[in-house]
Each structure stands twice: as structure tokens, then as C-alpha cells.
Design a binder for this molecule. Structure first.
Ligand code: PMV
Length: 309
């Protein structure tokens, strides 16, 4: 008997970084997924299509998730975990959270634990904390629950229901970076300018609530304006850089309604919204400059799991 789970990647539409400090953020699950298979074995082991056998960077956080679940439910941690991923690493698209969520869901399925999204998130956070230090929890929440969510730590996530699909453009700079380092950059800014930081966090929090309304109403032009403002604020707290600013400017010159960095910044990806007639030229314009760019339709479903004999 084996168990398989597939968990979606994500894009943060607004509010990253400030969400770590209590602001609302808006995120959507993306169709690109991480697939995890868990099977009983003689000892614990992890392999991945990207890292091969037993790479420490993957093994440790995954083993933390499995150990935490094994202890809590008194089940065996001797399992073989096989990971295959269609999500680029370090791209701000939630690859590590999707992996942890899929591990927790597959391990739950293997042991017939019947865990719901809250529990899957709780256990995937054990691995996320190992990778990122002090994450807000937005990544595992969106990956486990799917759809579009307003999230802030300590509140119940709010589902944003869409009457039809919406198109986003996501473009990867090709530059990997550490989320932990970026979170520390923002923490230093907060320490240096606490008054200013608190004002910006309040502003971004209401910006996220407004962005959810714009998205729900299908007002992509309005949403684009908010993305542009959010990018400027992220730049102010030190997490943008030349390449991301250039990508955002390029989106504007190719006719987007607005664009911003998404995720931790310092590299990673950019998210944009645009009039339908411009989407193709934005994707090809960014791709022609070497940035892996794709159109995505949201919403997309959360983690799913099944067993196989
Ligand atoms: O995992 P990333 O790189 O997309 O970044 C997560 C978003 C942050 O707000 C920067 C961190 C967090 O835990 O919320």
C-alpha cells in the first residue's frame, strides 16, 4: 500500500512580508503542483527528482514533518518519501510549503489519519519553520486549502469566492534567494523605523482587503493599480532589486495594468495583471528576455491525496 498527494504552488497577490507582522495578505493556489508518494520501508528515506537521494536540505524538513506526525499518532516513521515537483525552487512560488503539505497529506492518507486542512497545515508548519525560521503560515495555508485566500496570522483564513476564473501572469527572474534572509532584511527595517513600518503595514493590510474585492468583482485594472502600489512599498522596505524593478517596468511598458514582486523578493518572481489583449505580448516580451513566464488561471484546488495498492 502506498499513498500519494499532490499540493499546489502559490502566488502571493498582495501583502507578503507584512503578513509576517500581522497584516492581511491575499494569495492564490496555482495549477503547478508537487507530487509526493509515501510507502512503508525498513527505515526513513527521502528521494527527489531534483536532488536525488537523501539531500540534507530536503531530508531534514521532511523528516521533521513525519517525526511530528509519527509521535502524535503513534505510527511508524519508517517510510520512503519520493518527491517530484513541477515548481521551481526559490522562485517565490511556495515550492517548500507545497512539498511539506503534500508530505503531511500523503503520510496522513497512508496511516488513515483522516486529517483536515487545519491539521495538515499545523504539521507542514513544522517543516516550514525548519526552512524559513519564522514564517507567517500563508504558504502552507493556501497550498492545503486551495482557491484564493485572505490570510493573516491568528485569524481564520477567509476564502475569496470567484464567479469565474481570472488570469494572472507570473514571471520568474531565474534568481534564487533565501526567504529567511529576506525576512531578516524587513525585520531590520522595522527595528530601525518602527513608526514608519507600522504605518506601512496598516496600509498594506487594507490594500490586501481592497485587492480581494477588486479580484472578486473582476476589476483587474483596479487590482493592477494596487499591485503597483504594493511593489513600491516592498521596494521601500528593501526586498526588491534591479532585476525585479526592471521586470515590473517591462510589464508596464508592455501594457499591464500593474505588476509587483511576489513572495520574498530579492529574486524569485513577479506577478502581473493585464488586459486580455495584452497578455500574449507580455508573456512573449518577458520570455524573450530570458524570464520563464506563464499565464495562470485561478482558482486552483488545494491538496488532494489517494492511496494505491
Ligand atoms: O515562500 P516565499 O518566498 O514565497 O515567501 C513567503 C512570503 C513571506 O511573506 C515573505 C514570508 C511568510 O512567511 O509569509
Amino acid at each position: 500500500m502506498r499513498a500519494i498527494a499532490e499540493a499546489p504552488s502559490k502566488v502571493i497577490i498582495t501583502g507578503e512580508h507584512f503578513v509576517v507582522h500581522g497584516a492581511w495578505a491575499l494569495a492564490a493556489a496555482l495549477p503547478r503542483r508537487v507530487r509526493v508518494e509515501v510507502a512503508p520501508a525498513n527505515s526513513f528515506g527521502v528521494s527527489s527528482d531534483r536532488f536525488g537521494e537523501g539531500d540534507d536540505a530536503q531530508l531534514l524538513p521532511v523528516s521533521r514533518v513525519v517525526d511530528a506526525m509519527a509521535r502524535e499518532f503513534s505510527v511508524s516513521s519508517s517510510v520512503r518519501v519520493s518527491i517530484s515537483s513541477a515548481v521551481p525552487e526559490g522562485a517565490g512560488l511556495g515550492s517548500s510549503a507545497a512539498t511539506m503539505v503534500a508530505v503531511a497529506a500523503a503520510y496522513s492518507r497512508l496511516n488513515s489519519l483522516r486529517l483536515g486542512a487545519d491539521e495538515i497545515v499545523r504539521f507542514s508548519m513544522v517543516g516550514e519553520q525548519h526552512v524559513h525560521g519564522n514564517p507567517s503560515g500563508i504558504d502552507p495555508n493556501i497550498s492545503a486549502r486551495g482557491g484564493v485566500l485572505l490570510f493573516r496570522p491568528g485569524s481564520r483564513p477567509r476564502k475569496v469566492a470567484l464567479d469565474s476564473s481570472r488570469t494572472l501572469i507570473v514571471s520568474y527572474s531565474g534568481r534564487r534567494r533565501s526567504t529567511k534572509g529576506q525576512i531578516n532584511t524587513v525585520a531590520r527595517m522595522k527595528q530601525k523605523h518602527p513608526g514608519l513600518f507600522s504605518m506601512l503595514a496598516k496600509g498594506v493590510s487594507s490594500l490586501s482587503l481592497e485587492a480581494a474585492d477588486r479580484l472578486r468583482e473582476g476589476d483587474m485594472e483596479g487590482l493592477g493599480g494596487l499591485l503597483a502600489v504594493n511593489h513600491a512599498v516592498l521596494d521601500t522596505v528593501g526586498v526588491s532589486n534591479d532585476i525585479l524593478d526592471r521586470m515590473v517596468d517591462l510589464c508596464a511598458s508592455l501594457g499591464s495594468y500593474g505588476a509587483k514582486l511576489t513572495g520574498a523578493g530579492g529574486g524569485g518572481s513577479v506577478v502581473a495583471v493585464a488586459p486580455e489583449a495584452k497578455e500574449k505580448s507580455i508573456v512573449s516580451g518577458l520570455s524573450a528576455r530570458g524570464f520563464e513566464t506563464f499565464k495562470v488561471e485561478i482558482p486552483s484546488e488545494g491538496v488532494r491525496s489517494w492511496s494505491k495498492r
